[in-house]
Design a protein around this ligand. Structure first.
Ligand SMILES: [Zn+2]
Length: 193
C-alpha cells in the first residue's frame, strides 16, 4: 500500500555495475574507468578506484548506497522516510502517538533495511520491516496496519494476530509473497502457527 499506486514516473538506469560517469579531477576529461570497487566496512557505500583514459592518473570515489523500493509493477522508487511516516500515521489516527515517535520508527525501518545490504527492496519487505517497530509503538495501530498490509479477510485472521500478540510474537502469515529464505535479522519475526 505504501508504494502501491503512487509513481514518480522516473525509472533510474541501473548504474550499480560501473558507477556514474565521473570527470577526471586532474585533466577534466569527462569520463573515467573503474579499475576496482569494493564496499566500505559498514557496507553502506562503495569505494571505487578509477583511472582516467586521457591522462592515465588514478583517483578514488566513494559512493553512498541509494535505497530504492521496487513496487509490484516493477517500477523503482527512491526509499523515503516521509512515505513510511505518512503510511504509519494513517494507522495511528486517534492513537496517542507523537510525531517524533513516527520519525524514529521510520529511521529504525531504514536502518533495518540498510542492514540487509540490498539496495533494491521489494515494497512488501518495507511493509514487513514496519510491523515490528510499530507493534512496539502502538498495538492498535499495528493491528490496523497489519490488517491492510497482510490483507486480513476474516475475523479468524484478526484472532490469529491477536493470539500471536498476546503470546508476544508476530505472525508471518499473508506476508505478500515473502519466501522462507529472506527472513530478516533473527528474532524480529516469530512464526506462531
Ligand atoms: Zn585525466
Amino acid at each position: 500500500m505504501l508504494w502501491g499506486t503512487a509513481s514518480t514516473g522516473v525509472d533510474k538506469p541501473d548504474v550499480a555495475e560501473r558507477g556514474t560517469t565521473v570527470r577526471c579531477p586532474f585533466c577534466r576529461h569527462p569520463d573515467s574507468r573503474v579499475v576496482d570497487s569494493r564496499e566500505t566496512s559498514e557496507g553502506d557505500a562503495i569505494r571505487r578506484r578509477r583511472s582516467c583514459p586521457e591522462c592515465g592518473r588514478r583517483f578514488t570515489t566513494v559512493e553512498e548506497m541509494s535505497l530504492s523500493v521496487v513496487k509490484r509493477s516493477g517500477v523503482h522508487e527512491p526509499f523515503s522516510r516521509a512515505k513510511i511516516v505518512s503510511g504509519v500515521r494513517k494507522a495511528c489516527q486517534g492513537r496517542p502517538v507523537e510525531e517524533d515517535a513516527l520519525a524514529l520508527l521510520a529511521a529504525r525501518v531504514e536502518d533495518a533495511i540498510r542492514a540487509g545490504g540490498n539496495p533494491e527492496i521489494p515494497a512488501d519487505e518495507v511493509g514487513l520491516a514496519i510491523l515490528e517497530p510499530l507493534r512496539e509503538l502502538d498495538v492498535v495501530a499495528y493491528l490496523r496496519f497489519a490488517s491492510v498490509y497482510r490483507a486480513f479477510e476474516s475475523l479468524a485472521d484478526f484472532e490469529a494476530e491477536i493470539t500471536a500478540l498476546r503470546a508476544g510474537g508476530v505472525t508471518t502469515a499473508h506476508a505478500g509473497g515473502r519466501s522462507e529464505h529472506d527472513t530478516g535479522p533473527p528474532g524480529r519475526l516469530i512464526p506462531s502457527r
